[in-house]
Design a protein around this ligand. Structure first.
Ligand SMILES: Nc1ncnc2c1ncn2[C@@H]1O[C@H](COP(=O)(O)OP(=O)(O)O)[C@@H](O)[C@H]1O
Ligand SMILES: [Mg+2]
Length: 361
């Protein structure tokens, strides 16, 4: 996967900017608030069909403008691609790929593969479970478009059920919703289980490589019901569980059980990393998670994703930085930071300085 060019028209603090990328390392540097993360955000939009830092799409449109227009020219081993993303004040975004209009989010995801690593990710292990679920959801969607569809369907039903929980006249609908939700949830759990079983050994291996130890880092998927390979069995169990907690759900007006409440647990040498790990151990684990995600994409697509490292180099110590810079050899990487010195000199590097929404060199 390789980005050739990014065209920004009225995107955040960019008026009109055409940014060309080298196939190797692209180092975008500049002071804070100049527009480095904005570039990372624009690129990553094409990988997940949503911003990684806002749920309000309109935030990406400059004040006073009607729309933001972003075009990404990239190539896969098979062909040259042009994807366009338009964000509007008044209505939902529109996507086109190779001039074909009205592309669905689910069709975009999986087309352009990128893995993003940003400073917020450092709290991945420590913080609440939502970021860990988000990781599973993005990483699985990238390799299994069907998963993304299931997840969207699940969220739609959950929304309807939430409405029903708030209005007694809809209570008779709850059984229907619970049945449907259990069916989709069982599929989601199967996908998640398969994915975690695949990625966990890679995360452990990479963690050992970085730390040069024999530490055992385990990742466990905590699903809301005991896992089984038999989907019907899980479906049945979920229905029962939801039935049992119906009164409590009505009382709390909340959907209390299901994939939207699950978590991932990390153990370092059998101890909970979240509770007993040092900050350094957690940082290394996150780096290992990201690199393992990229490897899975390589395995499934035969192409390495574009790595976007937004302002994280200065947050890594020498060992981790060395590991990372060694790992990215021969791959396309977008690195941002305030200091270009952090990076050292390499032949395959393109340096770009950004000032106030303009690339100036
Ligand atoms: N919708 C918007 N319209 C105009 N400017 C914006 C918009 N959203 C963010 N910005 C500007 O973008 C800049 C932040 O860019 P960012 O890429 O986060 O900076 P950094 O280089 O520190 O990563 C700020 O100056 C902010 O005012
Ligand atoms: Mg930034």
């Amino acid at each position: 996967m390789q980005i050739e060019r990014l065209l920004l028209k009225n995107f955040r603090n960019y008026k009109e900017e055409n940014i060309c990328f080298s196939p190797g390392v692209n180092m975008i540097y500049g002071d804070n608030g100049q527009g480095k993360t904005n570039i990372a955000e624009a690129i990553y939009l094409f990988s997940t069909a949503r911003s990684h830092r806002t749920a309000k799409e309109r935030d990406m449109i400059p004040f006073g403008q009607k729309e933001a227009n972003i075009t990404l020219f990239f190539k896969t081993k098979k062909r040259d691609m042009k994807a366009n993303f338009r964000i509007f004040q008044e209505h939902a975004h529109e996507i086109s790929i190779n001039e074909v209009k009205k592309i669905k989010n689910s069709e975009l995801i999986g087309c352009f593969q990128a893995v993003m690593f940003s400073p917020e990710d450092f709290s991945f292990i420590k913080e609440g479970p939502s970021e860990r679920r988000k990781f599973m959801d993005i990483a699985i969607s990238q390799i299994r478009p069907q998963y993304f569809k299931k997840l969207s369907e699940y969220n739609r039903y959950l929304k309807s059920k939430m409405k029903a929980l708030k209005q007694p006249e809809y209570f008779p609908m709850l059984d229907v919703y619970n049945h449907k939700i259990s069916d989709i949830a069982a599929d989601i759990i199967l996908y998640r289980q398969e994915f975690i079983q695949r990625i966990a050994p890679k995360i452990n291996q990479i963690n050992q490589q970085i730390t040069k130890t024999e530490d055992i880092l385990e990742v466990e998927y905590e699903s809301c019901i005991p896992f089984s390979n038999d989907k019907n069995k899980m479906h049945h169990e979920l229905v029962q569980k939801l039935e049992k907690s119906k009164d409590r759900e009505i009382k709390e007006k909340a959907c209390l059980i299901g994939p939207h409440r699950e978590d991932l647990k990390f153990y370092l040498n059998e101890q909970s990393l979240k509770d007993f790990g040092s900050q350094g151990q957690m940082r290394t684990a996150v780096l290992a998670v990201k690199m393992a995600q990229a490897e899975i994409i390589l395995q499934d697509f035969g192409e390495y994703p574009v790595l976007i490292l937004d302002d994280i180099l200065s947050e890594l110590d020498a060992t981790r930085r060395k590991y990372l810079l060694n790992e990215i050899r021969g791959k396309q990487v977008i690195i941002t930071g305030t200091d270009k010195a952090n990076f050292g000199k390499r032949k395959d590097t393109k340096l770009m300085k950004v000032v106030n929404g303009k690339i100036i060199e």
